[in-house]
Design a protein around this ligand. Structure first.
Ligand SMILES: Cc1cc2nc3c(=O)[nH]c(=O)nc-3n(C[C@H](O)[C@H](O)[C@H](O)COP(=O)(O)OP(=O)(O)OC[C@H]3O[C@@H](n4cnc5c(N)ncnc54)[C@H](O)[C@@H]3O)c2cc1C
Length: 648
């Protein structure tokens, strides 16, 4: 029996992995064919329009088979896939090109499509099938018996899939056992390998999707959102077992930097490096409802908050996250999550009810209030030090329409604007969370932006809540909409196969501010006048964030009224203007901090918290495998960790 997979490109919600990863897995596991379709019912491409430009077919037949998608059309996807795979057949149902050409001499598309077909053949000789009669469609989830009946027609049978498990099930039906193909790399690629990495011993489970410096997909996984990187090897596990394999490999390479990456928005956490290893969890991005009555959901670390908000929206639920939908679940939900629903609903970690992790020694555990409670305590605030979170269980909130505001002001008196903002944001009812962003002055004027959410669907209440903020400067622009939380997160850009394109290294400082006093406004105005800070942000806290006792998790800074972030050109320059402000602060939020000076760890974690964390670290990661993000050294007084120490 010859089996293949059918991918519907208009179905954005594949639960694990993206469409091209499913196709690559199918190839890796020995399936014969991947058929690309898009079924969302768009109209055909206008004559001489986008079809000619994109090589996309048009006409009635093609329109029925290949409607436009929010993402890629099948033809573009097929071309992309041809470069990402080496042998699997690629099916794109097209009208008969020769027949169309002879019937229609006016419309240019058949000729264009024919040319595109020829080019495709040069790219991937003999791999494109355009005649839909060349395969048989099986229903989704078809059983082995159903498939073997269909295979009796003597053609490959394709089954719609949306998860890696389904691809694996089909592959197992064909071979009885998975077939792992280690990619053969050319001499030119192997010449770019980095010293100190045993490329030949990459575990079989990871070899197929591992990316090395010379590989075609390398550029898309090298950097993260804000930071340039050039890792020596990127491992891309898709299951907790594969994460354990990746960590086993990392344990054999402790002489190299190790970055754990979820969605790649790390500021403090590196999640990329130079010449080291990266464990990229983006394929683990499933979102599923576990218990509707409790609004309990289970989310993979590689999902972004944009995806999470979209998936929860149909239920009328949301989980307060950050202010930007592109940020990942893994990085945010291990550190805190100070977002635009913060005063109304608390931090993101306040909604965590359990987490599944792979520990440094490769063992898999679940941490919750009842299971490994100390680990659960540590994970909510200092999670990056203790393991790789492979699934996060959250209790979502019932959240309807909210007011989402973006207001832009101009001011010449930044000290007054900051003071006014501080007072108004702190006094606002807890349904209102407003952040302030500003930067360098231009000709003596500052542009100040406010980003806010009012957790109330009533436009009158929204306007009432926002009106006091109007006095912080001269209102230059305003946009206030009533939207589900999905609309707040939705503006984040989707990251395509080309990945993040961060460059340089961010230089950022972060602190908690107990109160925004007139003295702070004065000193912060001096900092802004210096011109050394190009991005300055105040995030309002309080409300539900302050309801949680400070000892409940490893995020002790509950009493702060604001979190402050400043970004500058380099450490020397920013320290000169930031260090004089320190007496205003009480602690720091590690997610926005890049200061390498060791005292910053003590700012993030007060002495008792740090000691408790070290104790837990000694238990779960005694050899300090996880060290890319505010490293809590388990043995700060010893030169090296005790050899052979293992988790008990
Ligand atoms: C544009 C932008 C907006 C932001 N907005 C907010 C905001 O509103 N509120 C807020 O609180 N923060 C915000 N942040 C900071 C953000 O929370 C952190 O940088 C976070 O680490 C990013 O998570 P990620 O998964 O995208 O990052 P990644 O770069 O993938 O990971 C960052 C670090 O987190 C750790 N980590 C990642 N995944 C895991 C995992 N599965 N298990 C254990 N550790 C892991 C690793 O140490 C890693 O280096 C923002 C950052 C950016 C760049």
């Amino acid at each position: 029996m010859e089996l293949g997979i059918a991918l519907d490109l208009s179905e954005p919600g594949v639960s694990t992995g993206t469409w091209d990863e499913l196709a690559r897995l199918a190839e890796e596991r020995g399936l014969a064919l991947v058929v690309l379709t898009a079924s969302d019912g768009r109209e055909s491409v206008p004559e001489g329009g986008g079809a000619a430009a994109s090589g996309e077919p048009s006409g009635e037949g093609a329109a029925a088979e290949q409607p436009a998608t929010a993402g890629l059309d099948p033809w573009t996807a097929a071309t992309w896939l041809a470069g990402r795979t080496s042998s699997i057949g690629i099916g794109v149902p097209l009208p008969d090109l020769r027949a169309e050409s002879s019937h229609d001499a006016v419309t240019p598309y058949p000729m264009v499509v024919a040319k595109a077909g020829e080019s495709f053949d040069l790219l991937a000789p003999g791999r494109l099938l355009t005649d839909a009669a060349a395969w048989v469609h099986a229903p989704r989830g078809a059983s082995a018996e159903e498939l073997s009946v269909l295979a009796g027609q003597g053609r490959p049978v394709v089954v719609p899939v949306d998860s890696e498990q389904e691809v694996r099930r089909l592959a197992d039906l064909v071979s009885g056992a998975p077939r792992v193909v280690r990619p053969q790399r050319s001499l030119a690629v192997r010449a770019r390998r980095r010293p100190g990495i045993d490329y030949e011993s990459v575990p079989e489970s990871l070899a197929g999707l591992a990316v090395e410096p010379g590989d075609p997909g390398y550029r898309g996984v090298a950097s993260n959102y804000l930071r340039a990187g050039s890792p020596g090897l990127v491992l891309r596990p898709g299951t907790p077992d594969e994460v354990a394999d990746a960590l086993g490999y990392a344990r054999r390479h402790t002489h190299l930097p190790l970055g754990i990456r979820s969605a790649g928005h790390g500021v403090s956490g590196r999640s990329t490096n130079k010449g080291g290893l990266v464990v990229d969890l983006r394929r683990m991005n499933g979102i599923e409802v576990l218990d509707p009555a409790r609004r309990l959901v289970r989310i993979g670390p590689g999902a972004t908050w944009k995806q999470v908000s979209a998936a929860l929206h149909p239920h009328g639920w949301a989980i307060g996250s950050g202010d930007y939908g592109g940020v990942g679940v893994g990085g945010l939900a291990t550190a805190g999550g100070i977002g635009l629903l913060g005063r109304a609903h608390g931090l993101t970690i306040d909604h965590l009810r359990g987490v599944e992790l792979v520990l440094a020694d490769g063992s898999q555990v679940r941490a919750s209030a009842d299971e490994h409670p100390e680990l659960f305590w540590a994970f909510r605030g200092a999670g990056a030090n203790f393991g790789v979170g492979t699934a996060f269980e959250f209790e979502a909130d019932r959240i309807g329409q909210v007011g989402h505001a973006e207001l832009t002001f101009v001011t010449t008196d930044i000290e007054k604007s900051l003071a006014d903002y501080g007072r108004i944001a702190s006094e606002a009812p807890r349904d209102t969370t407003v952040f302030l962003v500003t930067g360098r002055p231009r000709q003596g004027q500052w542009t100040v932006q406010l980003f806010g959410v009012v957790d109330n669907p009533d436009p009158e209440v929204i306007v009432e809540r926002l009106t006091p903020f109007a006095q912080i400067g001269l209102l230059a622009q305003q946009q206030v909409v009533v939207t589900p939380y999905m609309g707040v997160m939705g503006s984040a850009a989707d990251v395509g196969p080309e990945g993040h394109q961060g460059f340089g290294q961010p230089v950022s400082r972060s602190a908690f501010l107990p109160r925004l006093t007139p003295e702070f406004a004065r000193d912060a105005a001096d900092l802004l006048r210096s011109g050394r800070v190009y991005f300055f942000e105040l995030r309002a806290m309080g409300g539900a964030i302050a309801d949680v006792p400070s000892g409940e998790m490893a995020f002790p800074h509950r009493a702060s009224a604001f979190q402050v972030t400043a970004m500058g050109a380099n450490d020397g320059s920013i320290n000169q203007v930031w260090d004089p402000l320190r007496h205003h602060f009480d602690g720091l939020y590690l997610s926005f901090e890049t200061d390498p000076r060791p005292e910053r760890l003590h700012d993030a974690f007060p002495p008792a918290v740090l000691e408790r964390l070290r104790e837990i670290k000694r238990h779960y990661d005694p050899n300090n495998l996880f060290r890319d993000n505010f490293n809590i050294d388990p043995h700060p007084d010893a030169r090296t960790a005790p050899s052979g120490a293992v988790k008990s």
